[in-house]
Design a protein around this ligand. Sequence first.
Ligand code: ASP
Length: 613
Amino acid sequence: MDRANTVRNRAQRYGTTDSKQVKTTMYRSKTCGELRISNAGEQVTLAGWVQRSRKMGGMTFIDLRDRYGITQLVFNEEQDAALCAQANKLGREYVLQVKGTVSERYAKNDKMPTGDIEILVSELNVLNASLTPPFTIEEHTDGGDDLRMKYRYLDIRRENVRANLELRHKFCIAVRNFLDSKGFLEIETPVLIGSTPEGARDFIVPSRMNPGQFYALPQSPQTLKQLLMVAGIDRYFQIAKCFRDEDLRADRQPEFTQIDCEMSFVTQDDIISTFEEMAKYLFKEVRGYDLGEQPFLRLSWHEAMRRFGSDKPDMRFGMEFVELMDVLKGSGSFGVFNDAAYIGGICAEGCAHYTRKQLDQLTDFVKSPQIGAKGLVYARVGEDGSVKSSVDKFYTPEVLSQLRDTMQAKPGDLILILSGADAMKTRKQLCELRLEMGQRLGLRDKNKFSLLWVVDFPMFEWSEEEGRLLAMHHPFTAPRPQDIPMLDTDPASVLADAYDMVCNGVEVGGGSIRIHDAELQAKIFKVLGFTPERAQEQFGFLMNAFKYGAPPHGGLAYGLDRWVSLFAGLDSIRDCIAFPKNNSGRDVMLDAPSAVDPKQLDELKISLAADNE
Ligand code: ASP
């Protein structure tokens, strides 16, 4: 399929705005996307940007573009030499208004919806001139990332960038329709709130009226939505901006958007069924994809880690982990395995033919600093079922046959094995290898979607850095009722009443049943290493509210940017955000962050440390 068609089909699939919805204004009677052969003979007025122009003999052709499409304009030297001369001076991205007659084209272009017609121009108004744009406004632009971000307002003129924003709009409308139909109220919560010590780093904002004091931008409206439940709102949602001062990765931005939801008088099953229904609705409405009637799979966190080494497994393909401790530890003289706390393998179907070079590439991949494995062991299963491995000399043929059978490997398969002294770390490395193999084998099709819930997360995780337990989700998450007694005896084993929705290896949403009891909340803060005074100081507003009849409640937040990226098949959430930040957290278009006027700092009673001035 050609490129123009790909973009157009995508735009159609997501339901690009119908240009007929755009009313006539003083500047135009039609848009650049709507004229067809049935309009031939009509007098029209169009307005838009010059996409490109070409001169052929006595004729000048200009492609005029607006949000809705492109229409070809024709100027004929023989009919109006002055007008044609004017047209020949127009550069790319000039803004024009033209009047003319719709006429059938001689050379039709079936790649454009307006390709059957052109406008014979009788009047031309240049509404604005343009400098030559720094990159071409086309699907495959010649502009690099930095340039596109600096001139993002030009980048957004490109059809594929705009299609992502249109998809985002459609998505938000569908979200509002669904949640409204289920009785959720959309309520805004403040953006200037207090700083809380748990979670990621806050962005802070100095207060002029309260010198020396700071607001923080919300990492999420978590506590506020819980207070709305105490307030009896019962079902809340908000398309909320969240701010986290973290190091950035491809799917992270310092500010991002959540579809934040909370419900009262619900259990985990109630929330899961509501948001599963919502996911199916969004897929159907916005992406035209049927997830089917079946409920999503639910995996416990422990099972997800054991089978896939990840709490967000990509279930578009199998290649599940097989633990090989019983087969390989102590059954031969390979010291690395004999010392390992975990040995696991995956079976890559039909990959026994991998060359030395391909295997070296995989070895380099697992040994790269991002993955950090010590090495990769492989075993090829021959057509006769015999096993040839990189550790042949340490094991008897019987052990290698046992390896093949345990892995359920068939002739022609390739077994890849990692081991390590830290079981969790090794599983995560094997997870990366599984994803890499899935990619190489074309098993991670962007047009296929596989959703599941991961449940029963541990309540806490140990932080080496802080030397204490941290909340794995957040400190307001309730432990599973049956695990509450263990808070005193073995908090590290307590499981949370928490759940994540995962799609194609991406966490698209997560939430939990919350604590609604002041005493239990105080106890959790104690496990997290807070003194009662500090807990009161930081979270007193919430614990006090719980004393006034807090209902049982729970909720979830969907990552809006991630959903839209998945639907659009994007590699980075940046491409569905109108004005994103770069990897150093900068807005290169606005040149922010930037220094401020010393007078502003004086008003805030802030002085900069000498080395920052
Ligand atoms: N506030 C949580 C988060 O940002 C989501 C939730 O628990 O509802 O991850």
